[in-house]
Design a protein around this ligand. Structure first.
Ligand code: KG4
Ligand code: ZN
Length: 375
């Protein structure tokens, strides 16, 4: 009999529920995005996020059961994100999850959101049958995090030993996360929220457009495996401020966003070659930096496997840069599919399965932990 776990995710601006069998087979995965609620503010507003989670949690779980063709009584456990994240948002998922687990008399498994992102890679690997060798270096790169971990297990070298992973942090951002830099630069350019998907496509559309600026490599004092993206964001800000020619097109794009015309096809004609060149240079700098430091981490630890996960792992250029570099360095690179890269609950259910096998369960005293470390 397979073990069916309901995963619940509510750490930021996605209310998600999924049912995963044996930590590898996704029976359903439902994500209710709050993007439309937060769009006009250019970022996540915590109070609105909590309220939206409250509205969505019941229908989202119901939909996950419906899509899987299951009832509550078919569930073997409930996995829920404990942190890190926004406390008010986390509390909605935790309160729902612990009430449900208690009423079903099934185990409640607390999950670290970052471990969920790691398991998104394993979920994908199970689908393709290519299981990553451990030890690995894992880059978790999203709107809230940019962090490098060494991941290993004492239970053999295969990710089947996922129940016994050990995490050692190698480096992290000292200021903005990479996804946050995408979102802020997008806002500066009047390109809307979230910034990653639109800048990804505009950079690809830039082709050989003239580069109005060249950003140097991002320099770090101290740990070379740390990151910093706020300087790059400020460099974009100054570049735009110092050139009056950007203002009219930014105003046109902001007006288009106001009218609800924020799709790529609608914004592309409102971007000058200069703006496209700027976006391409910004993305080149971010991708090169993420790639350089992650491969340096693998060199340092001797890992021959790299995992890349989190919302920014959906980026087209990032994926091809890692694959190309991996091939020439003899390092295997693994990504989740795009829907599994951004926040979802299938990754939480998969991580919960591993934790349940290792004996981690919580009781009704479980509480949200805004800055839960990954251990
Ligand atoms: O993992 P995620 O859904 O939520 C967090 O845990 O933060 O990541 C969301 C972030 C946003 O900052 C968004 O702009 C970025 O991921 N993102 C991308 C792409 N798709 C989403 N960044 C770059 N390229 C993309 N294609
Ligand atoms: Zn996330």
């Amino acid at each position: 009999m397979s073990v069916r776990i309901l995963g619940i995710e509510s750490s930021c601006d996605e209310t998600a529920a999924a049912i995963v069998a044996d930590g590898r087979e996704i029976l359903s995965s439902v994500v209710a995005s709050q993007i439309n609620v937060h769009r006009k503010y250019g970022g996540v507003v915590p109070e609105l996020a909590s309220r939206e989670h409250l509205r969505q949690i019941v229908p989202v779980v119901r939909e996950a059961l419906l899509q899987a063709g299951l009832n509550f009584s078919d569930l073997d456990a409930v996995g829920v994100t404990q942190g890190p994240g926004l406390v008010g948002s986390l509390l909605v998922g935790i309160t729902y999850g612990k009430t449900l687990a208690d009423s079903l008399n099934k185990p409640l498994v607390p999950v670290n959101h970052l471990e969920g992102h790691v398991h998104a890679v394993f979920l994908e690997a199970h689908k393709t049958g290519q299981v990553p060798e451990l030890p690995a270096v894992c880059l978790i790169v999203s709107g809230g995090h940019t962090v490098l971990y060494d991941i290993r297990t004492e239970q053999g070298t295969r990710a089947e030993a996922a129940a016994h992973l050990h995490y050692h942090k190698l480096g992290q951002t000292r200021d903005d996360a990479a996804g946050e830099a995408y979102d802020k630069v997008s806002k500066l350019l009047g390109l809307g929220y979230p910034g990653g998907p639109i800048l990804d496509r505009l950079a690809a559309a830039a082709g050989s457009a003239f580069a109005p600026v060249k950003f140097g490599r991002i320099k770090m004092k101290g740990n070379p495996l740390d990151f910093s993206f706020s300087g790059l964001k400020t460099a974009v800000l100054y570049h735009i401020r110092e050139r009056a020619e950007y203002a009219p097109e930014i105003a046109k794009r902001e007006a288009a966003l106001e009218r609800g015309e924020g799709k790529f096809e609608q914004l592309l004609p409102l971007c000058s070659p200069q703006t496209l060149g700027l976006v391409r240079e910004f993305q080149n700098t971010v991708v090169r930096d993420l790639c350089d430091r992650t491969f340096a981490a693998a060199e340092q630890t001797g890992a021959t496997t790299i995992l890349v996960t989190g919302g920014v792992a959906a980026n087209t250029q990032l994926r091809s840069a890692f694959e190309k570099r991996g091939k020439s360095a003899g390092i295997q690179t693994f990504f989740p599919s795009r829907p599994l890269s951004t926040d979802n609950a299938a990754m939480i259910a998969a991580a919960a399965y591993a934790r349940l096998r290792a004996g981690t369960v919580a009781d009704t005293s479980l509480n949200a932990t805004a800055s839960l470390p990954l251990t």
